[in-house]
Design a protein around this ligand. Structure first.
Ligand code: IPM
Ligand code: MG
Length: 350
């Protein structure tokens, strides 16, 4: 198993180091090699996704990523921003299927800002399309028109792009509660009318899975009103970006949520849902669990080693049950630990 490790910016190197230690402790035949992506790559080479990183990422079976971005690069031209590196690797590797599970660990029920009875037992999988939509649509830009600045982006989807992500959602639902909610804005946007039409057609291939549809504004509301009505939610790139941040907070901390971005052959990029948290970078206090859980998703999806994935997930549950908490999920009475100590606790539990 060849893994390309991209620590990235901010807290990225700290949290990735813990996930790497966990993978090394698993007794698997893994080869890991590090490279630069994001702001650190811009600083070193002027390019957020340099050639050397591209070569390594393309040759690897899977990519483990920390996070990219930080205020020091916000003023850069767009091609030299860290986010461009992330979008570049997703697009180049064809990672169209982004899986973002939002699971509430019973031990963290009080960390959610919602009432425990609303979120207890929460287990949602957001399936976000990741290589299309307004994120990549042309034309785009800021230009002068009629003597004023004019900003432009383009939302588009082909039916094959919609169908392949819907199929990922239906297949995932078959391993869960067999419910898919497809999210669109068909009352206003033609592009998402097509999304709904193709969702309905694709649904006919999966008669055993219940398909429903929801407009994105209502979906945002339903997620806080009654999140447990959802099993699998599937949506486009931009709506998925927004709804997955919202869903993550139902669980109390975005610091707990892993993600997988897969191509058609289960090659994948695995990263925590959270960002680079520049405010706490280098302090050793960031929560490494989302990255460690991302490594578990890697073992499950790319390396088809369900057993190993579960060993990591059980270890994480165990350290939560033992009361170990980083600052983001801390409650009085628990044991407050830093990034490294949290990694130590997971290794001990393993
Ligand atoms: C995410 C992030 C990225 C996105 C940014 C950093 C480009 O918000 O992975 O959700 O918008 O996809
Ligand atoms: Mg986002």
């Amino acid at each position: 198993m060849k893994i390309c490790v991209l620590p990235g910016d901010g807290i990225g190197p700290e949290i990735v180091a813990e996930a790497v230690r966990v993978l090394q402790a698993m007794d698997l035949n893994i080869e890991m090699e590090e490279a630069l992506l994001g702001g650190c790559a811009v600083d070193a080479t002027g390019d957020p996704y340099p050639d050397a990183t591209q070569k390594l990422a393309q040759a690897a079976d899977a990519v483990l990523l920390g996070a990219v971005g930080g205020p020091q690069w916000d003023g850069n031209p767009r091609e030299q921003r860290p986010e461009r590196g992330l979008l570049g690797i997703r697009k180049q590797l064809g990672l169209f299927a982004n899986l973002r599970p939002a699971i509430l660990y019973p031990e963290l029920a009080n960390a959610s800002t919602l009432k425990p009875e609303v979120v207890a037992g929460l287990d949602i999988l957001i399936v976000r399309e990741l290589t299309g939509d307004i994120y990549f649509g042309q034309p785009r830009g800021i230009e002068m028109r009629n003597g004023e600045r004019f900003g432009l982006n383009t939302m588009h989807y082909t039916e094959s792009e919609i169908r392949r992500i819907l199929r990922v959602a239906f297949a995932a639902a078959r391993k869960r509660s067999r419910k898919v909610c497809s999210v669109d804005k068909m009352n206003v946007l033609e592009c998402t009318q097509l999304w709904r039409d193709v969702a309905i057609e694709t649904g006919r291939e999966y008669p055993d899975v219940e398909l429903s549809h929801m407009l994105v504004d209502n979906a945002a509301m339903q997620l806080v009103k009654n999140p447990r009505q959802f099993d699998v939610m599937v949506t486009g790139n931009m709506f998925g970006d927004i709804l997955s941040d919202e869903a993550s907070m139902l669980t109390g901390s975005i610091g707990m949520l892993p993600s997988a971005s897969l191509d058609a052959n289960n090659k994948g990029l695995y990263e925590p849902c959270h960002g680079s948290a520049p405010d706490i970078a280098g302090k050793g206090v960031a929560n490494p669990l989302a990255t460690i859980l991302s490594a578990a998703m890697m073992l499950r999806y790319t390396f088809a080693d369900e057993d190993a994935a579960r060993r990591i997930e059980s270890a994480v549950k165990k350290v939560l049950a033992q009361g170990f908490r980083t600052g983001d999920i801390f409650e009085p009475g628990m044991k407050k630990v830093g990034t490294r100590q949290m990694g130590d606790a997971v290794l001990a539990a393993l």
